[in-house]
Design a protein around this ligand. Sequence first.
Ligand SMILES: *Cc1c(COP(=O)(O)O)cnc(C)c1O
Ligand code: SF4
Length: 328
Amino acid sequence: MNTPTTLWQRQLAEAFSSVDALCRHLQLDSSSLPLLPQFKDFPLRVPRGFVDCMEKGNPFDPLLRQVLPVQDELQDFPGYSFDPVGDLNAVAQAGVIHKYQGRLLLICTGGCAVHCRYCFRRHFPYNDLQLSSQKMNQALDYIITRSEIKEVILSGGDPLLLSDAKLCDLLENISRIQHVQRIRIHSRIPVVLPARITDKLLQTLASLPQQIVLVIHANHANELSSDVAVACQHLKQHNVTLLNQSVLLKHVNDNSNTLCRLSEKLFIFGILPYYLHSLDRATGVGHFEVSEQRAKQLIQSMQETLPGYLVPKLVKEQAGAAHKIRLA
Ligand SMILES: *Cc1c(COP(=O)(O)O)cnc(C)c1O
Ligand code: SF4
């Protein structure tokens, strides 16, 4: 990795990568937890700002559960696989996933600021398929020659992990394509590393002729700190539309009060709830699954409590389908 130069890059370099250090910091006895012996493909990674939102001494903290590698990950669940949503079939060329009409997804990088244990792309072959600088022009050509593509979605990994120089260059290159009307960024970074929302990024986003949508990824109200509020406020001031998608996760947010609190806090931050995703069945994540029946009950209960615009759409991703599937 390059020498960190900016605040967010320093914070990223200082993220927890040792389970023992994290447990010590949280005043937890690591020997009493059902930990996975660390494995190198998908090690612990969690920025300190996110850890600051966890409750000390609580091994069941809903944020901790999202990042702590536990033995449950070794359990085999039927129907779970390495490519649960059919990403690999939809790879048009390196870095480009073209699955849905009018929208196309760029795999900007394989890296993330946080390693979420439930991640559906935790087995994705990023080394071959992420968008390296060499493959960038081919990806742009793919978009240029297809006038039906109205929206380009930056995904990953986490696209905001790119440096400002690379990211702004990419955004500007996409923005020059006439038929692209919207640019969407899917990122967990505004939540886990809000210092990444730099002035340079904000200036660039505001300067683009396209409408910009940023879909953040928060699963629990406790993730939404005052630093996150400031980053969101800056994004709003620069005309970025903010949406949230969550994943429904057992023992993290599978409770209607928890989900309602999340929606209400999102709205205070200027973010609209977009999707509540049912878990994608990637190997190693089955212990997070919530049944479809329970998911529908939760949405029903949210509908009874909240105004319609604060109830996210309950969806699942289905390999080969032309769009995400609504469950309720
Ligand atoms: C979710 C997703 C999109 C965007 O779908 P929307 O329903 O428009 O949010 C695009 N491409 C892929 C591969 C996706 O998984
Ligand atoms: S930020 Fe998204 S892509 Fe990265 S590990 Fe978490 S869920 Fe996976």
